[in-house]
Design a protein around this ligand. Structure first.
Ligand code: PEP
Ligand code: MN
Length: 275
């Protein structure tokens, strides 16, 4: 068959039904909206345990936290590396949460695939094709964030790299794109959700935190994402956002995260989903 699009495996033409990506006891792309939350960066054992305990207490099944941080400035906190991954793994055992964390190169990918449940490929690496190929061979589901200025076709071709290298378990993540607007950190492209749903069978989640850049706007974007058909959310939350080493201004405290989840649950019901 002639290949009419630059992506094929991730295209809905090839696979008319929605893909359901199973991780542990949860599934992305099914009837449930999946919430992932936790700090931007793993900073200490205490911080991660506090986050994991809170997530499990409110029924958030996936803990996020970066052990490798692709920071815009080389002088910003770069992450705890393998030590951070081990802390996440300990939280996973202790609180029964699944974990998602970012890999930034081949070396960190090997470690992330060993210690975590979901490998995150960040916006800055969406077109790191060698990393995408390696993620295809990692054996773990991949959360693929949209690049800072990537078109939907470029994003789907990045997903195609992962799929073409043996890994069909891909969750797309809309995290806002760069536009002329500077009030928000990025512009959340809500339209990407129905467009992706038409073009691809892959699940898509929304990251309202990196789109907003300010915690006060995060819940609104989260509600909008789920209303538009997102299969899940990844939200930054920190036990003490004022002291966060990374992305404090956009991080929710736990009370605000709890409120967000309650609001999103109502939206999910309104659009025929559960949370
Ligand atoms: C993150 O999830 O903390 C992150 C760095 O996100 P992004 O790659 O979307 O900027
Ligand atoms: Mn962050």
């Amino acid at each position: 068959m002639a290949v009419r699009k630059p992506y094929r495996l991730v295209s809905r033409d090839q696979h008319p039904d929605d893909s359901v990506i199973r991780v542990g006891n949860i599934a992305f792309g099914g009837s449930k909206v999946i919430v992932m939350s936790g700090p931007c960066a793993v900073e200490s054992r205490e911080q991660v345990m506090a986050a994991a305990e809170f997530m499990s207490s409110i029924g958030v099944p996936v803990l996020r936290g970066g052990a490798y941080k692709p920071r815009t400035s080389p002088y910003s906190f770069q992450g705890m590396g393998v030590e951070g991954l081990k802390i996440l793994a300990e939280a996973r055992e202790r609180y029964g949460v699944l974990t998602v964390t970012e890999a930034v190169d081949h070396e960190s990918l090997g470690h992330v695939a060993e210690w975590a449940d979901i490998v995150q490929i960040g916006a800055r690496n969406m077109q790191n094709f060698e990393l995408l190929k390696a993620a295809g061979q990692s054996g773990k589901p991949v959360l693929l964030k949209r690049g800072l200025a990537a078109t939907i076709d470029e994003w789907l071709m990045a997903a195609e790299y992962v799929a073409a290298h043996g890994n069909p378990n891909i969750i797309l993540c809309e995290r806002g794109i760069r536009t002329y607007e500077t009030k928000t950190r990025n512009t959340l492209d809500i339209s990407a959700i129905p467009v992706i749903k038409q073009l691809s069978h892959l699940p898509v989640v929304v990251d309202p935190s990196h789109a907003a850049g300010q915690w006060q706007w995060v819940a609104s974007l989260a509600r909008a994402g789920v209303a538009a058909g997102a299969d899940g959310l990844i939200v930054e939350a920190h036990p003490n956002p004022a002291e966060a080493l990374s992305d404090g201004p956009q991080s929710l405290n736990f009370r605000h995260l709890d409120e967000l989840v309650a609001q999103v649950r109502q939206v999910a019901r309104a659009v025929g989903r559960e949370l």
